[in-house]
Write a protein that binds this ligand. Structure first.
Ligand code: GCW
Length: 703
């Protein structure tokens, strides 16, 4: 009897949860289940005003075929609505109309738009949504949706946690990896249309003819998918590569060198996008080396690219050693340059004023340069967010920045219109958004299966900023795993919860940059070395002593950083009583026994947050385990293993930070909180022997 019951139960389980095939994640969210399994479909496709054999249309049709699309479909290329659309923006707007039987009409003014419409339609299908009676028009929030790869020519990736670079420079042109095309396809499927191939810490060699010829290979592969290639340039290239005595942007030979280089690039890659430049930042060369300004440098390059329609993305990430407050420096250096950049220059600004921390206020530059085109730079790769070991869904962090009100204008003055709509309309139509890629040559592309969601979310948000983090998570889960309602509900909630959990177990209440060493993995609030730059040490950021902790950025008693924000933000953040807890230690020094909004003392609140974060991490393990029936074994176990590391790290963060802070004030742990499991000394002597480019494994974290 018992046996019979057991059998029935097993059968029941199997019916509900058929055995899932192992997956390695290599297909990302493009798993097209029916693809290779069914007979090639007879497709009824009509193309009006567009050649079926256009390379982009061939891709669109192949996608339909592989996506198992069986209904009639009509593609129609229409005339551009306005003649204003000029490079670099192509007319990517599209519309989709399907009738009650699912027959579809897809229209756009470009083949690119038709391809995007195809991916959109297939997304409906893959998400299990009805494909009948769709009637919609889509156009991107940002014209340029850019992935910045921090890939070095030697194959390593700065802050990359998913293996080595996808670009196998040494193999080209003899061997062309099929992953180049798969990459372009994945980008196009979420609307990413620009790829900066190399690290902002750029090697001058990137511009050597031998490399440019390889760049051409990638550009040719990406082109039909609508992904344009850009390059980072080293400002000293005329010297290092061109052997000129100087790289002074006012020097005629230097100007001519860049013009020749631009000409050479465009001969190879006629639709080359342009340059991304990190200049006079963290020791990199730049125009200031010659007594020139950022404007001089950016405009000189912009002029070299202008004849071909190229642009310059000039980074604002600058901070000098030994200046008072690192968070204030970009604005101090750039604000006075407002209105002086060429119209094919756009300032690329990190979302926060310091450096991709788990939580920062928005960068004060947003909204403060009304006559300069600005774009936001996010970091998709998780340099400060547990590398590819932690499940961290980034959309909430990005939206927090984009939705933040800068109060710099009368009308809607959130960061979002500052970098998209309003500035772009008032100026020259350049609107852009960038994310530092988390892609490597790992089989699952991003090191953690859930890190793929961040690549996906970046593209979807860049296309349509109205989408909520939840909508995007659900879309991604349905396509990447299953559209089972229970699974999608629980897994999306788990993803959404990761943001606050990580802030809790790493750096709550406005703490920032208390990471270990230069690899930025794990806690080391004590870390400093003889002779190191002060602002590269965590001590600079948390400033703990026996009285309290925090960076005083008030005008009244501190660095004055609050004054870089418009009122009412200035007033709110300047005033200790009205500063929200999430930014408290960012803007204020607070005594260990001072009361917070919760009614707890600061010390108690810190214990509370770290404990909560640790419990949340443990909860993720349990919540994931409950989803086992819905996920194939391979991916289930991979994520399970990573979540174990995440929980371990949360404990590590909690013990390291609390034990270290306790050495200043000697207060006991509140009675109802868990005690540390590690000794401070043990933690302080622990060093991860990891390379800058690797992601630590469990073994490496032998605590
Ligand atoms: O986030 C910091 C990183 C560096 C990086 C730099 C930058 C590419 O630690 O690795 O260099 O910022 O954004 O330029």
């Amino acid at each position: 009897m018992v046996k019979k019951k057991f059998l029935v139960l097993c059968l029941f389980c199997l019916m509900d949860f058929p055995l899932l095939q192992a997956e390695d994640g290599s297909k990302l969210w493009l798993r097209t289940p029916s693809a290779n399994q069914c007979e090639p479909l007879e497709m009824d496709v009509v193309c009006k005003g567009v050649d079926k054999n256009h390379p982009t249309m061939k891709i669109a049709m192949r996608e339909l075929q592989e996506g198992g699309w069986s209904q009639r479909i009509e593609y129609k290329l229409v005339k551009r609505k306005s003649s204003k659309a000029k490079p670099p923006a192509v007319d990517e707007e599209y519309s989709i109309y399907t009738d009650a039987d699912g027959k579809a009409l897809l229209t756009s003014a470009s083949t690119q738009g038709l391809l995007y419409a195809t991916y959109d339609l297939l997304r409906h299908k893959a998400c299990g949504e009805p494909v009948e009676c769709i009637n919609k028009v889509e156009k991107p929030t940002y014209a340029l949706r850019v992935l910045n790869h921090w890939d070095n020519l030697n194959g390593t990736i700065e802050r990359g946690y998913a293996g080595n670079s996808l670009w196998k420079w040494e193999e080209m042109p003899q061997t062309i990896s099929p992953r180049y095309e798969q990459y372009a396809r994945a980008c196009a499927s979420v609307g990413i249309n620009a790829s900066v191939l190399n690290n902002v810490n750029a090697s001058p060699e990137m511009l050597a003819t031998a490399y440019l010829q390889k760049v051409k290979i990638l550009a040719d592969i990406f082109r039909p998918y609508g992904v344009k290639v850009y390059l980072c340039v080293n400002f000293a290239s005329p010297k290092e590569l061109g052997k000129l005595p100087t790289a002074d942007p006012m020097d005629e030979k230097v100007i001519a060198w860049w013009q020749d280089k631009a000409k050479e690039i465009y001969q190879l890659v006629p639709d080359f996008g342009g340059f991304l430049v990190k200049a006079n930042s963290e020791g990199k060369p730049g125009p200031c080396d010659y007594g020139r300004t950022h404007v001089d440098g950016a405009n000189m390059l912009a002029d070299a690219l202008r004849p071909y329609g190229g642009i310059v993305m000039w980074r604002s990430f600058v901070y000098k050693a030994a200046s008072e407050d690192r968070a204030m420096q970009a604005l101090l250096e750039f604000e006075s340059l407002d209105g002086r950049f060429r119209d094919n220059v756009i300032l690329q600004i990190k979302n926060g004023p310091v450096d991709f921390q788990p939580r920062e206020p928005f960068n004060p530059l947003f909204g403060r340069m009304p006559h300069t085109q600005q774009m936001v730079e996010f970091q998709i790769t998780q340099e400060y967010l547990g590398a590819s070991n932690h499940l961290f869904y980034q959309a909430p962090l990005w939206k927090e920045c984009l939705d933040a009100n800068t109060y710099c204008r009368q009308s809607d003055s959130s960061v979002k219109p500052t970098v998209a709509g309003i500035t772009a309309q008032r100026l020259h139509g350049l609107s852009a958004i960038a994310g530092v890629a988390n892609i490597g040559d790992d089989i699952n592309w991003c090191g953690h299966h859930f890190a793929q969601a961040n690549w996906y979310a970046f593209g979807r948000l860049a296309w349509n900023e109205q989408l909520t983090s939840e909508e995007i998570a659900k879309e991604w889960l349905k396509q990447t795993f299953t559209d089972n309602t229970d699974f999608v509900k629980s897994a999306s909630q788990l993803m959404l919860d990761t943001r606050e959990a990580l802030v809790n177990y790493m750096m709550p209440i406005g703490l920032h940059h208390i990471f270990a060493e230069v690899h930025h993995y794990g806690p080391a609030p004590w870390y400093t070395e003889k002779g190191m730059r002060a602002d590269w040490s965590p001590l600079y950021y948390h400033r703990s002593d026996s009285l309290g902790i925090g960076f005083d950025r008030t005008v009244a008693t501190g660095s004055g950083g609050t004054a870089q924000y418009a009122s009412p933000l200035f007033d709110m953040w300047e005033n200790r009583a009205t500063c929200p807890d999430e930014y408290l230690l960012w803007f204020h020094r607070v005594g260990w026994n001072e009361k917070l909004h919760s009614g707890r003392t600061l010390w108690h609140e810190l214990c509370h947050r770290y404990q909560t974060g640790l419990e949340q991490a443990r909860g993720f393990q349990k919540r994931w385990d409950a989803l086992q029936p819905y996920v194939d074994k391979e991916r289930f176990e991979h994520v399970q293993h990573k979540l174990k590391i995440q929980t371990h790290d949360a404990q590590w963060w909690k013990d390291a930070c609390l034990l270290y802070f306790q050495t200043f004030h000697h207060l006991p742990f509140p009675s109802d909180y868990e005690r540390p499991v590690y000794d401070l000394e043990q933690l302080m002597n622990f060093h991860i022997g990891l390379s800058l480019h690797g992601c630590p494994t469990r073994q490496q974290l032998r605590l």
